[in-house]
Ligand binder design. Structure first.
Ligand SMILES: N[C@@H]1[C@@H](O)[C@H](O)[C@@H](COP(=O)(O)O)O[C@@H]1O
Length: 246
C-alpha cells in the first residue's frame, strides 16, 4: 500500500484528481469506479475544473459506482444516483448511459445484484477505483463481518453507518435500512485502488488500517491483499499514527 500524507482535505482532493486525470490521459476509454459520501466531493470539484479549464474529456469513459440505498429511486435527492448526477456527471461530458449505479428500486434485489455484478465484469473491472472509508472501516457498504469472497449483494446497514449518514437526511428514520453494494471481491478486482481519508473522526480507522491486520471485522483491511493501492490521508486522519511515531 502506497501512503501519501498531505496537509488537508484540499490537498487530498487535488492530489486524487491528479491521479484520476493521469489515468484518463493514459487511456481515454478508462473504467472508473466511483464512490459517494463527503470524502470524494473535493475530488469531483477538481475533476469538473479539469474538464472546464483543461478540456479533460470523459466522452469515452465508463463508470461503475460502489453502492446505492435500497428503496430510493434515482430521482430521490438522497440517492447516490442523484448525488453523482449533481456532483459530477452533470458537469462533465460523460455520456449518462456509460455511468452505472445499482438500481435501488429494482423489484428483485437478488436479480439486481446479479445484473450489477455481471455488468462490472462486462465493462470493467475498473482501471481505477476510488474509495472512501467509514469510521468502522466499511468500504462501499461492506460492513464489519462481510466475507472477503463477497460480490454485489444487499446489506443491512450498521446502526453507526445510519447514524453517520443521517446528516444527509431530514430525519434519522428516513435513512434506508438496506443498501446494494459491490462486495469485497468485486472491489479487489479493480486494477488500481485509490483510498481517500480525511479528518479527525477517521483517525482511529486509519490507525487500524495501517496496523495491517487483515480481519473481516474491519473490511478496509482486505485492501492489504491488493498490490496496487494508494492511500491518501490528511494530517488529521493520520494524527493517531503520527502520535505513535513520535
Ligand atoms: N457508502 C458510503 C461509502 O462509500 C463512503 O466511503 C463512506 C464514508 O463516507 P464519508 O466520505 O461521508 O465519510 O460511507 C458511506 O456510507
Amino acid at each position: 500500500m502506497k501512503l501519501i500524507c498531505v496537509e488537508n482535505y484540499e490537498e487530498m482532493s487535488s492530489k486524487a484528481a491528479e491521479l484520476v486525470e493521469q489515468q484518463i490521459l493514459e487511456n481515454d476509454h478508462s473504467v472508473l469506479g466511483l464512490a459517494t459520501g463527503s470524502t470524494p466531493l473535493g475530488l469531483y470539484e477538481n475533476l469538473i475544473r479539469g474538464f472546464k479549464e483543461r478540456g479533460i474529456s470523459y466522452q469515452n469513459v465508463h463508470t461503475v459506482n460502489l453502492d446505492e440505498y435500497r428503496g430510493l429511486a434515482g430521482t430521490h435527492p438522497n440517492s447516490y444516483r442523484y448525488f453523482m448526477n449533481k456532483k459530477l456527471f452533470g458537469h462533465i461530458d460523460i455520456k449518462l448511459e456509460n455511468t452505472h449505479i445499482p438500481n435501488g428500486k429494482a423489484k428483485s434485489v437478488e436479480a439486481e445484484c446479479a445484473r450489477y455484478e455481471a455488468l462490472i465484469h462486462e465493462i470493467g473491472p475498473p482501471d481505477l477505483q476510488i474509495l472512501g472509508m467509514g469510521m468502522n472501516g466499511h468500504i462501499g457498504f461492506n460492513e464489519p463481518g462481510t466475507p472477503e469472497k463477497s460480490v454485489t449483494h444487499c446489506v443491512s446497514l450498521d446502526p453507526s453507518t445510519r447514524n453517520s449518514n443521517a446528516r444527509f437526511f431530514s430525519d434519522r428514520d428516513e435513512v434506508p435500512t438496506h443498501a446494494i453494494t459491490m462486495g469485497i471481491e468485486s472491489i479487489l478486482k479493480s486494477k488500481q485502488i485509490l483510498v481517500l481519508v480525511s479528518g479527525k473522526n477517521k483517525a482511529q480507522a486509519v490507525k487500524r488500517l495501517l496496523a495491517g491486520r487483515i480481519s473481516e471485522q474491519f473490511p478496509a483491511s482486505f485492501l492489504w491483499k491488493h498490490n496496487h493501492v494508494t492511500l491518501i490521508v490528511d494530517k488529521e486522519a493520520y494524527s493517531l499514527v503520527a502520535a505513535n511515531e513520535e
